[in-house]
Design a protein. Structure first.
Length: 39
């Protein structure tokens, strides 16, 4: 779990702000993509 807000904290947030936090969580959880090496 990256962020642990309950519905009461998230309900007043505008949709755009929730989307921004979701993107931050995605970036935190996903490992950086490495360029594949071609032989």
């Amino acid at each position: 779990m990256v962020f642990h807000w309950g519905p009461g904290e998230m309900d007043p947030m505008p949709l755009e702000e929730l989307a921004d936090w979701r993107e931050r969580a995605r970036q935190r959880l996903e490992p950086p993509k490495q360029a594949s090496r071609h032989r």
